[in-house]
Design a protein around this ligand. Structure first.
Ligand code: AHG
Ligand code: MN
Ligand code: MN
Length: 327
């Protein structure tokens, strides 16, 4: 007989996660189950399509961006451990309980362009210790390096609903059991292979890339005939969660470099609720996560919705890419 699979609560308890942090993680995860139900019902629940509004970053909000944001926000604001929250869909920091010990940032729905085509989408979240020395609603609550994260994770609403999470130990994967509605442990240590023959990048941006990055991708495309002497394959889901899940499971390199499309905004992905949590998951699975200069987790944040270039995944391939950028 198969061993019964561990649920999230018992695993967190066995690994010495404090009961306060455990309850906080569970309230986020419970909110994602509600989002999973809405995603699953799709058009039947009337959750597809766009709103008439834009978020602070000038992106049109999809109905599901707004619904997911509200579900997570409500869950966090009713948890007394939450001192503050920040979201891709909120202009500024939202204060919670002044005595809360944690602050939480999240991307309620990642991969929004996939919502209406039944593609991969996800929720990304990160938890930091609250700063006692600044007000609850201060942006400074979130101006902490990614190395300070006490928990990072994502939920992927795909063929199965998966939770990938680390609390400082291994990066683990849980699958949502549709019968018990519990996340059950299905991979206790995700390990990213050091080498890969698969890359993820939006090739449509090629003409806007910096020359050294362009050269690196050209070498990947040259395959066996080129300097790399190796054939590469390409995958692009237009959802960081979807692309990074593949990298965490079977290796790969995922890149969203800076480019010259918009002088005011050279990078696309956001440091606080996209790059940092995924970087923590990657490093705890043995991979590397850099921008074009340094380890993502060591960047000193300057602004809530700050954007960063991202190069992450299989360690040896990230090294090759960075070597090109440093020449
Ligand atoms: P979001 O849907 O939260 O705005 O994030 C989308 C991000 C990321 O998930 C994805 O990798 C990238 O944008 C897709 O960018 P392209 O539109 O260039 O494909
Ligand atoms: Mn996103
Ligand atoms: Mn989003």
């Amino acid at each position: 007989m198969q061993n019964p699979k561990k649920n999230l609560a018992s695993l967190l308890r066995d690994h010495g996660v404090s009961s306060e942090l455990q309850l906080l993680i569970e309230s986020i995860v419970d909110a994602t189950k509600e989002i999973a139900r809405a995603v699953n019902q799709g058009a039947l629940a009337g959750v597809l399509g766009s709103t008439q509004d834009e978020n602070i970053q000038g992106e049109t909000q999809k109905k599901l961006d707004v619904i997911a944001n509200q579900i997570i926000k409500d869950a966090l604001l009713s948890n007394e451990q939450v001192r503050a929250l920040a979201s891709e869909e909120e202009d500024g920091v939202i204060a919670g309980n002044n005595h809360g010990n944690y602050v939480v940032a999240f991307d309620p729905l990642d991969g929004s362009s996939n919502i209406d085509v039944n593609g991969q989408i996800g929720t990304i979240f990160t938890i930091y210790p609250a700063r006692k020395d600044v007000a609850s609603n201060s942006e400074l609550q979130f101006q902490q390096q990614g190395t300070q994260q006490v928990c990072a994770g994502y939920v992927l609403y795909g063929a199965s609903t998966l939770l990938v999470i680390t609390t400082g130990g291994p990066t683990r994967c849980f699958t949502l059991d549709s019968i018990s509605q519990q996340f059950l442990l299905t991979n206790s240590t995700l390990e990213i292979p050091q080498d890969t023959q698969e890359f993820s990048v939006n090739m449509a941006n090629q003409r806007f890339w910096q020359p050294p990055f362009k050269r690196y991708v050209e070498e990947l495309l040259e395959g066996e005939a080129g300097t790399r002497n190796k054939r590469f394959n390409m995958r692009w889901n237009a959802s960081m969660v979807g692309d990074m899940h593949r990298v965490l499971v079977r290796g790969g390199i995922f890149m969203y470099p800076s480019d010259t499309r918009d002088a005011k905004q050279p990078a696309k992905l956001r440091l606080l609720y996209e790059a940092n949590p995924i970087a923590m998951l990657v490093e705890h699975a043995g991979g590397k996560a850099f921008n074009e200069q340094q380890r993502i987790l060591e960047i000193e944040p300057q602004a809530l919705h700050q954007r960063v270039a991202v190069i992450m995944g299989s360690a040896n391939e990230v090294d090759v890419c960075l070597k090109h950028l440093r020449h």
